[in-house]
Each structure stands twice: as C-alpha cells, then as structure tokens.
Design a protein around this ligand. Sequence first.
Ligand code: PLP
Length: 416
Amino acid sequence: MNFIDTKDNGLVAVEDLYVKDLAQKYGTPLYVYSKAQLVEHLRAYNEASGNVEHLVCYAVKANSNLAILQLMASLGTGFDIVSGGELARVIEAGGDPRKVVYSGVAKSVNEIEYALSQNILCFNVESPAELERINQIALDKGVKAPISIRVNPDVDAGTHPYISTGLKNNKFGVPVNTAFELYKHALTLDGIQIKGIDCHIGSQLTTLNPFVDALDRILNLVDRLADAGVKLEHIDIGGGLGVVYNDETPPSVSDYLKVVTQKLAGRGLKLICEPGRSMVANAGILVTRCEYLKQGEVCNFCIVDAAMNDMIRPSLYSAWMRIEEADHSLDREVAKYNVVGPICETGDFLGKDRVLKVASGDFLVMHGAGAYGFAMSSNYNSRPRSAEIMVDGSVSHIIRDRESVEDLWRHEHKIN
Ligand SMILES: *Cc1c(COP(=O)(O)O)cnc(C)c1O
C-alpha cells in the first residue's frame, strides 16, 4: 500500500492531503510523513514474524522525532538506540525502556549508568573493553547488566562502503572467533547476565544473500556456545533491509523474515530485529520550492530552497532519490536539470540530470526522505532546520516547528 502518490488530477498527495497545499500552509523546505504508511510498515514486520516470539526494535537514529517514536511506542514496538540521548527521547515519547536494545561502539560511563538505571532490555556489546566497563558499573550498583555480544560475521553487504558495517575492517562488533571466547569470559562475570546474540551488517541491503550468510555464521556460533554451556534467550538480526529509491529490487519484509524464521525454527530463540530505513524512508518526503532556473554552459540548474543541510544523503553517499513535481498538471517546458540547493559547496545537490516540468515558485517532492533525512540535518550556512509534519488521513499535525533565526544562536554566548 502506497499512501504517498500522485492522484488522477496530477497532484501528489500524502494520504488525503495535497503536498502543494501543505507547502503553502507550512512553508518549505518541509518534511511530511504519512502515519498510515508508518503503521503499514510496522504491520508488515509483525505479520511476517508469524508465530515466532519476536520484538521489533525500531532503529531510532533513522528518524527520532518524538511523534514518530510515540506512534511506534503506542503500537508496542521496542527501540534500538545508539546513545543516551536516544534513550531519553524514547522515554519522553512514552516508549518502554524494557524494550530497548542499546548498540554503539563508544558507550560512555554516564550512558551505561543511565541505561542500567532505566532497566533496558539489552546492551549490544561491541568490544571486550566495553564488556569490562559494563560489568564494573553493574557490580558497583549491585545489579546484573543484560548483554548480547554484537558479532561481526565478516560478510560483504554489497552496499555503499559508508553504510556497510559487517566486514572485518569495520569498527563495529566483535569477530566471530573472539566472540566465542568473550561469551565464555562473560559467563564468569558477576555483573553480567547473558541474554542473546546480535549482529547488524549494514544498511540498504537489496539482496538476501548477505543476511543469510550472516545468520548462518551466527547460528553456527550459537551452536558452539550451547555446547560450551552458554545459553541464549534471543537472537537480534539487526536492521539493514533496503528500500526502493529508484529501480532497486530489495526483498520484501515477508521474504526476508520468512528465511529468518525458517532458520530459527525449533531453536526456542526469541527474534529481535532493528529496522530503521525500511520503516520510515518511504513514509516521508521532503518538499522544496524552486527559487530560480539557471542555464549553465553544460547543464541547467533548478535551484531550490532545500539543501544538503536539510538532506545530506545525495552529497554524502551519492544517494539517488526520486524528485518529481508536486503538481504535474502545470503547463511547463520539459528540461533536464541538476537540482541544487543554496549552500556554498559544489557538493550541494539533491539530484542530477533530472527531467522536470518546473518554473520558479513551483514545489518539488523528494521521495524516500523519511529515513536519515531530518535526522542528519544541520544548521550549516546558518540555515534554520525545516518543519516536520505528520499527516493522518485528512489532518496534518506539526510535529516539529520550523526553526527561527534566533534558534541558530540559542546556545551561543558573546563575550563581554
Ligand atoms: C543504523 C542501525 C540499524 C538500522 O539500520 P537500517 O538500515 O536503517 O535498517 C539497526 N541496528 C544498528 C545497530 C544500527 O546501527
């Protein structure tokens, strides 16, 4: 089901509201999310898990707006966090800390103390030194810290190097062989309670093979651990399922989890997954307005009011994201453009070689913007960050105010 699409009259709509009306009402650049689409994506994960005991832990970093976390929490999801700040957000949004798994290579003493005090479900431990630190803090508090070890299965996710995390040369997790010894060591630590095993091999994976290879390696380790007396309650398969931005053909959630649940059959392990992108990317758009058209010697530019500070994915990973007119019914000349923003960097573009029917003042829609969009935005070039809207049927809710210029220097001090 697609809740963001073009109606017969040529207008792009999010559920029952036209994008161009939202842009006029709230201004641009503007992030717009569809509540129904978010609910649908979550439903797909829960349905595909079948009757296997499972917990979907939404990866907060993909989009951490309170209203999105609140929606997920109200539907019973857990959360995968990578910082104390994300845990605070989850709690503020009404999420249950007992459904939180905590990943990340650099958990500080403060963050570990905070997470322990909130009784999170599990620390996904990424190094021997982190295990020692967690053990010590738990001993000092007289509690046992629940842990999994994040195993790096050394598989090539076949994705962009910046978002690949499961290879030997990545900073994430513990190699399979080290993990075996580390589990045996963890058994001897009084501040540690072994809960499960974890892996996450990368993001925007568009084939099943790397997932299957990783799972086989992890399950092989689970068997060796069982023989060595280390019993696990859950297996956390991480996130990483790809989405369609252009012409990718990622596996469906149901195909993906079918393979996983088949491999887990009869093992009595609870399944945890940590989807981020596949939950939110295609539930959100970035709306921008064309400021100027400019003819260059080798290409035309469509200069818009959104920039790499609002959406960095094209600049950072050469990500291709679909851009279309918010109103296809307008009578405009067809031309090919590089869609660029106001920031003073040549790397500031949203899309290259895009055929558009556009004039100054028209609105454009960038699709797939719900994940790693607003969450990675910044104030570079002293640009206030955009507003965020959640559409629910024919109602729009503002879920983040557009920043003001005063917000830009709110935490700064002149020296007297
Ligand atoms: C980023 C991340 C995820 C989510 O990845 P997606 O590709 O957005 O699904 C899950 N787990 C961990 C540990 C992560 O760092």
